[in-house]
Design a protein around this ligand. Structure first.
Ligand SMILES: Nc1nc2c(ncn2[C@@H]2O[C@H](COP(=O)(O)OP(=O)(O)O)[C@@H](O)[C@H]2O)c(=O)[nH]1
Ligand SMILES: [Mg+2]
Length: 347
């Protein structure tokens, strides 16, 4: 086994060391499955490096770590190496106070929706924000395009909100568009998929690899939702050397800190910010509000702006729930006052 096949780069290790680079392929409560030049094995965290060190970064799936290899039992993980990308969420067990890492070191995020009732632009905007924030490159894939007659319409719509992102429509049934995705399925690349159960993630992998490597599930046609197949937390390597990180945590990604993700996803919105007459403008009814002006003049879509505000508020909530609620209440009061005044004026 050569760890470089798993995407390891020498530049990840800063100084010469006898410790061996490894990649985390499965996580359990306090034990990890790893792969390294010696092969596959299990490992535990070295107490001195982790539990007694407040600044230590605990490893997650996909992380590269340095280990002391043990031929006869669990190896010891000494250090988590710097991540090039990661997904996190609010740790559900921490009362919204702590970040929990879900996956690390992936190159591409496949944002997948099927062209039936699963299609939802706001959800794509949410996934895009999370993906840009992660540090990896988002790719949007509209699956099952055989189910609609006018998939081009969907493509155009998604392209209009996904600035600088490749968008593909595919069908595993007819084979349409599959060839275009082969460029991402390369030796050493790590991919993660964001998409509801039943959109065709496993079918896509099987179609690209040419064998039934992943379990697929029949969908319930009544609500076009897939049945949940059991998922493990794991990094798997396909026969052609592409790696896929599959973890249930991906379904509950939260807006932890997404300021950069919002910047990139909503460039068209953010370019109008900071230009209002009042610096604390709430963009609801103020005179000299650049946002309201841009919407009025058709330079900015109202839907885009409300998606942006929704995600931004949610992120704020995760970071600073108390302040967020205060602000939100203030805003609601302003809105109802405004509506009331408007009514009075009209009467
Ligand atoms: N019509 C159509 N059905 C598809 C396509 N791709 C997958 N499916 C079906 O969608 C269902 C769910 O697929 P699966 O790959 O298990 O979804 P996953 O939960 O996202 O992994 C299965 O019944 C597939 O046969 C497609 O391109 N067209
Ligand atoms: Mg699946």
């Amino acid at each position: 086994m050569n760890i470089k096949k798993y995407g390891f780069k020498d530049s990840l290790v800063k100084s010469k060391t006898n410790e061996i680079p490894a990649r985390i392929i499965t996580t359990y409560r306090d034990r990890y499955e790893i792969i390294c030049d010696k092969g596959k094995g299990f490992a535990k965290l070295k107490t001195g490096s982790y539990y007694n060190n407040p600044n230590s970064i605990y490893p997650t799936i996909g992380d590269f770590v340095l280990i002391d290899w043990n031929d006869n039992g669990d190896s010891r993980i000494i250090e988590t190496l710097k991540r090039e990308s990661s997904f996190s969420r609010v740790d559900p067990s921490s009362d919204r106070q702590h970040e929990q890492l879900i996956a690390a070191n992936f190159d591409y995020v496949f944002i997948m929706q099927s062209l039936n009732s699963n299609y939802n632009l706001q959800r794509i905007e949410r996934y895009l924000t999370l993906s840009w924030q992660s540090g990896a490159i988002p790719v949007i894939i509209l699956t099952k395009c055989d189910l609609v007659e006018n998939y081009e319409k969907y493509l155009l719509e998604v392209e209009s909100i996904a600035i600088g992102v490749n968008v593909y429509a595919i069908s595993c049934k007819t084979g349409y568009g599959i060839e275009n995705l082969k460029r991402y399925f390369k030796q050493g690349n790590t991919l993660v998929f964001l998409g509801s159960s039943g959109v065709g993630k496993s079918t896509l992998v099987n179609t690209l690899i040419g064998t039934k490597i992943m379990q697929t599930s029949e969908i319930r046609e009544d609500d076009s939702r897939g049945r949940h197949t059991t998922t493990n937390r794991q990094l798997i390597m396909l026969p052609n050397g592409t790696m896929i990180i599959d973890t249930p945590g991906m379904r509950e990604l939260g807006m932890w800190d997404v300021s950069e993700g919002l910047d990139k996803t909503f460039q068209d919105v953010e370019k109008h910010l900071g230009k209002c007459k009042f610096s604390d403008c709430s963009h609801i009814n103020e005179l000299g509000c650049r946002i309201l002006e841009a919407i009025e003049q058709g330079e900015l879509s109202r839907d885009r702006f409300s998606s942006y505000m929704k995600l931004r508020n949610e992120a704020k909530y995760n970071n600073d729930s108390e302040n967020y609620l205060k602000e939100k209440n203030k805003k609601f009061k302003e809105i109802s006052k405004y509506n009331k005044n408007n009514k009075t004026n009209k009467n």
